[in-house]
Design a protein around this ligand. Structure first.
Ligand SMILES: NC(=O)C1=CN([C@@H]2O[C@H](COP(=O)(O)OP(=O)(O)OC[C@H]3O[C@@H](n4cnc5c(N)ncnc54)[C@H](O)[C@@H]3O)[C@@H](O)[C@H]2O)[C@H](O)CC1
Ligand SMILES: [K+]
Length: 516
């Protein structure tokens, strides 16, 4: 599991070290890590000697890191040019850069075009315009330079220093022009803004350099599950299990208008692994489910008459009074319940953390509006973690907000962000399969909660266990999508096949613990 911290908390953790006079030492460690990583990129594409490097240096310490790293690269034989984007610059770092033989260009209206051409043609670019001290997007000459560079394109590797300049290190928000990185080298601790939103899109690969902040860091701001975590969260069938002990999931999904959503959600739940599915819906939909998924037990009955350990309600279930009634009853049943799509408007004022909402940004905006809290959809997209937390806190539910990165917020504040998906998953029916995956994980967890530790992770407080499971669902969905997309555009009805294979792979022993 990855832990990420806001830029402000990393700055706060640095401050006692700065007060102890270790500022230069920290910067040298950062520059060393950055130069090593940059040299690694150059080595992978033909070596460091004679290669052209451009350092984009802003006015603060971020520019200082990049200039010191540029000096180290120059000493290793690169031809390095620093483009100073501000009149102010970290003076000792600039002096070290010049002493190492680096060339300097001060950005001005008259040098903009030639600087942009140089950046575009460089083998490697170190982006040190703004780091955690950046407020808002790039401005002035720096913004004009990046606009020109983006118009030309870059041939070389872009390595961002701490964060891609202009990305808010706390929220991942970014306005205006950004230079997207191939690699971001971040210092002291992983920044939240690199895992989420525009920051995640711009960061490329991310590596963290330890600069010795150690125990001065506070509790993480965000968590992100890694594939290796999945096996600790998945309730594997045990020898003594039978279909009821394995987990029974009730699904009330689909309607005469949208029967397909029910097929997709049910197929994904089956593929994720569950003891039994009891499916409730109108006749037209149950007949279809019976045909496509004969192992599912179908009825047109009620929630109170169905013995299950968890519910999934809502996919494709708009404008069907019977399905709405079932959704309401499931939400108030006290059982863990995934509330998706058509069931979201039926949410009472407050619920418990065992109720997991799965809105996309538009549905979350509508949820806020129904509660008299008008929020613009674009505001939610710009700060998904902030708004997922706000929704979880307001409703008491666990909130999984779908998007380029999927955010899961526990009502107690713990927040997970998963960027495992592929844009190929942005296709109709994809959300229904995510809901099915979540339903199966939650049902098997509920059935097994007393005899294994599924749903808990070291370092994550127990109240967040529903959020952990939901994040595991997002991870699985994203990986299945990636696997499916290897063969071209995703056909969602074929996704369950990939879900099963991804689970198989994720449950294998890690190589280090396999017998020789
Ligand atoms: N503090 C340390 O010991 C270490 C810091 N490291 C690196 O330092 C940066 C943070 O440095 P800081 O000087 O605080 O901030 P920035 O470099 O991000 O720049 C602030 C600078 O820029 C001006 N500014 C703010 N917003 C804008 C804007 N939108 N457009 C233009 N200019 C802007 C502002 O006036 C300031 O002057 C951190 O990210 C690390 O890279 C190292 O980790 C070593 C230890
Ligand atoms: K930067």
């Amino acid at each position: 599991m990855l832990s990420a911290y806001t830029g402000s908390s990393v700055r706060a953790a640095e401050s006692p070290l700065l007060e102890a006079g270790l500022g230069d030492e920290l910067m040298q460690r950062a520059a060393h890590g950055l130069a090593q990583a940059a040299a690694g990129e150059l080595s992978a594409t033909g070596g460091t000697y004679g290669r052209s490097v451009v350092v984009l240096a802003g006015s603060g310490n971020n520019g200082g890191d990049a200039l010191y790293a540029g000096a180290r690269l120059q000493q290793r034989g690169t031809g390095t040019t620093a483009v100073l984007t501000s009149e102010r610059v970290h003076a000792p770092a600039l002096a070290a850069f010049c002493a190492a033989g680096g060339r300097v260009v001060a950005l001005s209206d008259s040098t903009l075009d030639s600087a942009a051409a140089r950046v575009s043609a460089a083998d490697l670019i170190l982006d040190g315009i703004l780091g955690t001290g950046g407020v808002g997007g790039l401005r002035g000459l720096a913004a004009a330079l990046i606009e020109r560079v983006n118009a030309r394109g870059t041939v070389g590797t872009v390595v961002a220093c701490d964060v891609p300049s202009g990305v808010n290190a706390d929220t991942g928000e970014a306005t205006g022009h950004l230079l997207s990185a191939d690699l971001t080298i971040t210092f002291g601790a992983l920044k939240s803004g690199l895992l989420i939103g525009a920051g995640a899109r711009a960061a490329g690969r991310v590596a963290t350099i330890d600069i010795g902040l150690g125990e001065t860091l506070p509790e993480p701001d965000l968590y992100s599950l890694e594939p290796a975590d999945f096996r600790h969260l998945y309730a594997q069938p045990q020898p003594a299990d039978h279909k009821y002990s394995r987990g029974v999931l009730g699904i009330a999904a689909g309607s005469a208008m949208y029967p397909g959503a029910a097929v997709l959600a049910t197929g994904a739940a089956l593929a994720t692994g569950v003891g039994m599915i009891r499916f409730l819906g109108p006749e037209r939909v149950t007949a279809l489910i019976n045909t496509v998924h004969p192992e599912v037990v179908c009825s047109q009955g009620s929630v109170s008459d169905s013995h299950v350990q968890a519910w999934l309600v809502g996919p494709g279930a708009t404008e069907d009074p019977g399905q709405r009634q079932r959704a309401r009853e499931a939400i108030s049943s006290g059982l863990p319940t995934i509330v998706d799509a058509g069931a979201l408007p039926l949410l009472p004022d407050t619920v418990g953390a065992h109720v997991i909402l799965t809105p996309h940004a538009g549905e979350l905006a509508a949820l806020f509006e129904r509660r008299g809290d008008a929020v613009d959809r674009t505001a939610i997209e710009a700060d998904p973690a902030g708004f997922a937390r706000r929704a979880a806190q307001a409703t008491g539910a666990t909130v999984l907000l779908k998007g380029y990165t999927t955010v899961v917020a526990a009502s107690t504040g713990e927040t997970f962000v998963q960027a495992n998906a592929t844009p190929w998953l942005a296709t109709a029916g994809s959300g229904d399969t995510l809901a099915g995956i979540l339903g199966a994980l939650v049902a098997t967890h509920a059935a097994n909660a007393t005899n294994n530790d599924a749903g808990s992770l070291p370092g994550v407080p127990p109240p967040a266990r529903w959020a952990v499971l939901a994040a595991a669902g997002a991870l699985l969905h994203g990986l299945a999508g990636r696997r499916a997309a290897k063969r071209g555009p995703i056909v969602v009805s074929g996704l369950p096949r990939h879900i099963g294979r991804v689970i198989h792979d994720l449950l294998q022993d890690p190589p280090s613990t396999q017998p020789q």
